[in-house]
Design a binder for this molecule. Structure first.
Ligand SMILES: O=C(CO)[C@H](O)[C@H](O)COP(=O)(O)O
Length: 155
């Protein structure tokens, strides 16, 4: 699996551990930065990661910021992205199985290098359920996106 990976400055140190773990479990990584602890704005990196997923360069994305929260807010603004903060093993796989999450967000100020490995393994090995109720609900998420798009009026 190819993973689009990104972080802000607060997630930079953990991103290195994430990339190493992804490679150790057989994933290829497309690294969208940032590449140092110099301050950047998480929406800029989330945009790169999400667009990479939407272009099909990567099957899924992972974003690391301080809490994972800002990254998930930014990612969820982009139609076609279903992002979630996952700081526990169950959410990391169930978010894919039930909700077809395609960008997992983690907080480097919340989880350490050991837990994040388990979260990533759980996320990348999970697959979206074929059960009808989950497919129906994810399609309803797409309907919400289309409704929101139709409500946007030029200023
Ligand atoms: O977690 C985050 C957003 O949810 C950011 O990483 C955090 O806000 C960065 O803060 P600062 O610029 O003070 O390092």
């Amino acid at each position: 699996m190819i993973i689009a990976l990104g972080c802000d400055h607060a997630g930079f140190h953990l991103k290195t551990a994430v990339a190493e773990h992804l490679k150790s479990i057989g994933c290829d990584v497309v690294d969208h930065g940032c590449y140092s602890a110099d301050a950047v704005d998480f929406p800029d990196i989330a945009r790169l990661v999400c667009h990479s997923v939407l272009r099909g360069e990567a099957a899924r994305g992972i974003m690391v910021c301080g809490t994972g929260v800002g990254a998930s807010i930014a990612a969820n603004k982009i139609p076609g992205i279903r992002a979630a903060v996952c700081h526990d093993y169950h959410s990391a796989h169930q978010s894919v199985e039930h909700d077809d999450v395609n960008v997992m967000c983690v907080g480097a100020q919340i989880v350490g290098a050991w837990l994040v490995k388990d979260l990533i393994s759980s996320y990348v090995t999970a697959t979206f359920s074929t059960e009808e109720q989950f497919r129906r609900r994810v399609e309803k998420l797409a309907v919400l996106e289309r409704e929101a798009a139709s409500m946007i009026k030029p200023e």
